[in-house]
Design a protein around this ligand. Structure first.
Ligand SMILES: Cc1cc2nc3c(=O)[nH]c(=O)nc-3n(C[C@H](O)[C@H](O)[C@H](O)COP(=O)(O)OP(=O)(O)OC[C@H]3O[C@@H](n4cnc5c(N)ncnc54)[C@H](O)[C@@H]3O)c2cc1C
Length: 355
């Protein structure tokens, strides 16, 4: 078993963990990031298949209100572009009514995508970590405070640090990690009812040779109360070289097989666009509730965004040796990418104040 020491251990190489490590590069502190998955990015996951546009299986959109994220993108010289909605949408109100084309009202708060895909942000942060040690496939099992230090044990190795920052969704931290000493019971109770944003979602994307939805009397924007896809959008790349439609499938279909989900979606799209929709170049999906490093079943019913941004997450624990970060803990836009950046900034402030 390998045993390594550093000043700071960050658990999780999602947007929070990587932003924090990027900010800590300015300090003298030695930093190790332990990531459980073989890939970095967490809930940000862009696919880059040859001959297709970058396709977002996780976080996609930001708005002008997301100022923490926007300043980080600017600092990293990453560009954004508006999500194309068109001026019409296909709207399906009820199964007994045919789908109709409706005029969309002027959008007061447009959404933007990151040029090159959301993972461009993740890769750009990772590229800038010259001092940080980033180790993947290290699933953390326990975090224990002993003799003024914190020991972190993964499935294979052991790490020691002066401070540990968890960026796991709070529910996962309290339900999958053995913590010693135990966290205050009010905090574990809070975490057991803290929603992990989008953990139940199914993201789907279909790449096509031609953007047949960009035609008069058609649209790539779909809103359906019938489903199985309630919302879908054009997902072509900025240069309009490759074309795709991307949306959410009703999360209840997680029990079906991939083939069954694909067939249901193609049937829905064929209803709107005819047979040209039935032969995509590729079909991609991510069922997030099957991702054990994002989602675990709740013991009781938890509402979307429940306890996101709770102030208890922004305290430090174990005499300043443990901090709980992550998008769900942020004071601003908790659950979103902006929240992840805001959380990283807050922890940087805590660390530099306590040192
Ligand atoms: C389908 C979907 C769509 C979304 N759409 C949007 C959107 O359009 N706009 C937006 O702003 N936000 C969106 N979000 C939310 C956004 O993705 C998150 O706010 C953000 O990515 C969270 O970053 P994070 O680093 O805090 O958490 P995470 O990305 O969850 O990172 C936590 C990291 O910890 C790792 N980990 C977990 N357990 C362990 C363990 N035991 N040991 C070691 N490592 C571990 C995970 O693998 C992960 O890398 C979406 C999310 C999903 C899933």
């Amino acid at each position: 078993m390998l045993h390594q020491e550093s000043d700071i251990i960050i658990i999780g190489a999602g947007l929070t963990g990587l932003t924090l490590a990027y900010l800590l590069e300015e300090t003298q502190l030695s930093v190790t990031i332990l990531e459980g998955r073989p890939r970095i990015g967490g809930r940000i996951h862009t696919l880059y298949p040859e001959g297709e546009p970058p396709q977002e299986m996780g976080a996609t959109w930001l708005g002008m209100k997301h100022q923490n994220l926007i300043s980080l993108l600017e600092e990293l010289n990453l560009e954004t572009f508006p999500q194309e909605l068109g001026d019409k949408a296909i709207y399906e109100p009820m199964s007994i009514n045919p789908p109709q084309l409706v005029v969309l009202p002027a959008n007061q708060d447009p959404s933007y995508r990151i040029k090159g895909g959301s993972s461009a942000l993740i890769n750009s942060l990772a590229d800038r970590l010259s001092k940080t040690q980033l180790i993947t496939q290290q699933v953390v099992k326990s975090i224990k405070q002993k003799d003024g230090k914190v020991n972190v044990t993964t499935g294979t190795d052991q790490y020691t640090a002066n401070k540990v920052i968890s960026t796991l969704p709070p529910y996962l931290l309290c339900h999958t990690i053995d913590m010693q000493p135990q966290l205050p019971s009010e905090l574990t109770h809070l975490a057991s009812q803290t929603h992990t944003w989008m953990g139940e979602s199914i993201k789907v994307s279909l790449a096509y040779e031609r953007p047949f939805w960009k035609a008069e009397n058609s649209s790539g924007t779909i809103f359906s109360n019938v489903g199985p896809v309630p919302e879908m959008y054009d997902h072509s790349d900025l240069d309009k070289r490759y074309f795709a439609l991307m949306g959410f499938m009703n999360g209840n279909y997680h029990t079906l097989t991939r083939t069954e989900r694909r067939e249901m979606i193609l049937k829905q799209l064929t209803k709107y666009y005819g047979t040209q929709a039935s032969t995509p170049v590729a079909y991609h999906e991510t069922v997030w509730r099957e991702e054990s490093m994002t989602y675990s079943d709740y013991n009781s019913h938890v509402l979307p965004h429940q306890h996101n941004g709770h102030a208890a997450y922004r305290d430090s624990y174990w005499d300043g040796k443990l901090m709980i970060a992550g998008a769900e803990t942020a004071a601003h836009h908790p659950g979103y990418m902006d929240g992840a950046v805001s959380s990283a900034k807050h922890v940087l402030h805590q660390i530099t104040q306590l040192n």
